[in-house]
Design a binder for this molecule. Structure first.
Ligand code: NI
Length: 267
């Protein structure tokens, strides 16, 4: 089945708000403070490196919808690689896909992801809806915990599979707040928990991008060995600045993204 970008983002959002209950609440709260609709800066996905899968595979859906490959990013400590994509239609959000460099982890860790990839059927791999298809494997909490010790990112991917990891409010489309700090204070007053790793606001005007995010909700996830509360998805906020040429910066900042990844860590 082919898919339009409208259907794709609609399905992604619907799935996302079932995993992140705060997102719909924040969205409703902020809707009062913008002209019309809240603009989505980007939607982010996680995957792992594998000949059949990975970023190269997950990007296919977006390339077919007319997205272009733009910047790429390396995260040495977290053993991740990422790319971002932009569309000629500026009303469409940017896409940020990261992948876990599984070959840099223990044999046990690699085996989990190799068996996940081995079990993925061709119809899943070739489906336009792979980016919101969730998990296709039997998952156990004992394996989740082992993975978490090596990589919270990897554990999250194992538990949730293919889905939007986060949506991002484009701060510039809001008109109530003077800066991200003010927005963060507003969210905290409304009892949302912000990611404070490396400070609540990541980046700077000099880097043309500032970001903040909530900490992921903890939700009940059914594993083969029981149901456990684990961190799911988070909501991000991005404020972009014009570059010397007057154009608004559209890229990402690796140091900031590095800390934002920690929004799915256990708080
Ligand atoms: Ni992001």
């Amino acid at each position: 089945m082919t898919i339009t970008s409208e259907i794709l983002f609609d399905n992604l959002w619907k799935q996302y708000i079932t995993l992140n209950h705060s997102a719909q609440k924040i969205h409703n709260l902020l809707s009062q403070y913008c002209n019309g609709e809240i603009f989505n800066d980007h939607v982010a996905f996680r995957t792992f490196k594998h000949p059949k899968l990975g970023l190269q595979h997950l990007q296919t859906t977006f390339l077919k919808l007319g997205y272009q490959e733009c910047g790429d990013y390396h995260f040495e400590a977290k053993k991740l690689y990422a790319k971002h994509y932009e569309h000629a239609d500026k009303n469409l959000p940017k896409i940020f896909i990261s992948e876990l460099l599984t070959e840099n982890f223990s044999n046990e860790f690699q085996q989990v992801f190799n068996s996940i990839a081995k079990d993925l059927k061709p119809d899943v791999l070739n489906d336009y809806g792979i980016s919101y298809s969730g998990t296709h494997w039997i998952k156990s909490y004992s394996i989740y915990k082992k993975l978490y010790n090596e990589s919270p990112y990897g554990a999250w991917l194992y538990a949730f599979g293919f889905c939007a990891n986060h949506f991002t409010v484009y701060f510039n489309s809001l008109d109530k707040f003077s800066d991200l700090t003010e927005l963060n204070e507003f969210l905290k007053k409304n009892e949302f928990i912000m990611n404070a790793s490396g400070g609540e606001v990541k980046g700077s005007p000099e880097l043309f991008l500032e970001q903040s995010s909530t900490m992921a909700n903890e939700i009940d996830v059914k594993f083969s060995d029981g149901t456990f509360k684990i961190p799911s998805c988070y909501y991000e906020f991005a404020k972009r600045y014009p570059m010397p040429n007057g154009e608004i910066y559209q890229g990402f900042v690796a140091d900031s993204a590095d800390k934002i990844f920690e929004s799915t860590n256990k708080s």
